[in-house]
Design a protein around this ligand. Structure first.
Ligand code: UD1
Ligand code: UDP
Length: 372
């Protein structure tokens, strides 16, 4: 049998790499085909993640690049279809909520190829986010909904997904973190940018609602104020770069190009706190117990708030002023990581997928026997 795995954006690689490794171990006699849609293409947005997570070269590279939502999604649809027809996979695995996720799931579903959605059931209930539409539609198209936190069950039931398609597996992004922990713990990347461990705020922002318009200038103004007391280290996502370059440089804010995965985890583990609008960073900071301040009105990951590490600031640059007082206030130890964020989620994915493929093989041989 053949399993096809597809990734497009940098967080997809972090979620998928341990799953591919686990399924290669669990099902060595099967074919494992890896597709890179090319949604992210700069070496520091893509290849560095494959290299640091030991994923190797993909079997197919679609090279879709950047574009409007319609153009990017359409290019993936157009280019994945011949790959699916040629490879005839028995299962397609898609992670996350990016344009590549929905496009590959849609192309596969129309060819009647079963889809497994990794990180299913997350909802911000904010349909102005492109990711929310991608999540809802991908879940509707998928046969296996692999969830990483309990609230996803209610979200999926509310959309009419039957329980037998929902499988709790835990968080494979945390598998990647656990797998590389010894490689980043002693890196001290902060020292290389003139900061001391525990004495800087890490920032990472890339949501269109925040960085494509005037809010970005207000964010930088508030961060410059904060940086008078606590240096800010800010690896800049390429979407955010154009807006940042139009602004006055602010002393105290160390603007960096996107950093590699190990380097980012080193910065995150050693930071006094992190300001973000990233989904993955809300999760990784929960595991690492780094206080996280989310500059959004909502989160599809409420489990990071109940775990005690994440705080929603709202989509309001003025709320950045709450960070220093919050970091200075005494706080109890956060609850441990959520269930299933334990470094073994990919093994549970492999067990679910293996059982699904067994059922498929049985029904194929029954169908063959009845035709004879
Ligand atoms: C995408 C995802 C978002 C995810 C993020 C992870 C969608 C709708 N959005 O957002 O959910 O959180 O990835 O980082 O799928 N660019 C480069 N080099 C690259 C990639 C992008 O310069 O390698 C620039 C291009 O100018 C591009 C812009 O970044 O137009 C945005 O890229 P795109 O993939 O469309 O969306 P992201 O903002 O990265
Ligand atoms: N990340 C990284 N370098 C950076 C910023 C983020 O390696 O400069 C990693 C981070 O550790 C996490 C993932 O990228 O694993 C999150 O990606 P991003 O924030 O772009 O996307 P989101 O999670 O919001 O979809």
């Amino acid at each position: 049998m053949t399993i096809l795995y597809s990734f497009g954006a940098r967080p997809n690689i972090v979620k998928l790499a341990p799953v591919i490794a686990a399924l290669r171990r669990e099902l060595p006699g099967h074919r494992h085909v890896v597709v890179d849609t090319g949604q992210h293409y700069d070496p520091m947005m893509s290849a560095v993640f494959r290299e640091q997570l030991g994923l190797g070269e993909p079997d197919h590279v679609l090279g879709v690049g950047s574009g409007t939502h319609a153009i990017q999604t359409a290019r993936v649809l157009e280019r994945i279809e011949p790959v699916l027809i040629a490879e005839r996979p028995d299962l397609v695995v898609v992670p996350g909520d990016v344009n590549s996720t929905i496009a590959v799931a849609l192309a596969a579903a129309k060819l009647e190829i079963p889809v497994a959605h990794l990180e299913a059931g997350l909802r911000s209930f904010d349909r102005s986010m492109p990711e929310e539409l991608n999540r809802i539609l991908t879940d509707q198209l998928s046969d296996l909904l692999l969830i990483h936190s309990a609230e996803a069950v209610d979200n999926l039931r509310a959309e009419g997904i039957p329980d037998e398609r929902i499988h709790f597996v835990g968080n494979t992004m945390i598998d990647s973190l656990v797998a590389v922990r010894e490689r980043f713990e002693h890196l001290d990347v902060a020292a290389g940018v003139g900061c001391e461990r525990g004495r800087y705020l890490l920032a990472t922002l890339h949501r269109p609602a925040l960085v494509d318009g005037p809010l970005l200038a207000a964010v930088i103004e508030r961060l410059a104020e904060l940086a008078r007391e606590l240096p800010v280290v800010f690896p800049v996502h390429p979407r955010t770069r154009a807006g940042i370059d139009k602004l006055q440089p602010a002393p105290g804010i160390r603007l960096l190009e996107p950093v590699g995965y190990l380097e980012f985890l080193s910065l995150l583990a050693d930071a006094a706190g992190v300001l973000t609008d990233s989904g993955g960073v809300q999760e990784e900071s929960t595991f690492l117990r780094t206080p996280c301040f989310t500059l959004r009105d909502n989160t599809e990951r409420p489990v990071t708030i109940s775990a005690g590490t994440n705080r929603l600031l709202g989509l309001d640059p003025g709320a950045i002023d709450q960070i220093l007082p919050a970091l200075r206030a005494p706080r109890g130890l956060p609850a441990g990581p959520p269930d299933g964020w334990d470094g073994h989620a990919a093994d549970r994915v492999a067990a679910v997928v293996a059982a699904r493929l067994d059922r498929r093989a049985e029904s194929q041989s029954r169908a063959l026997a009845s035709r004879r």
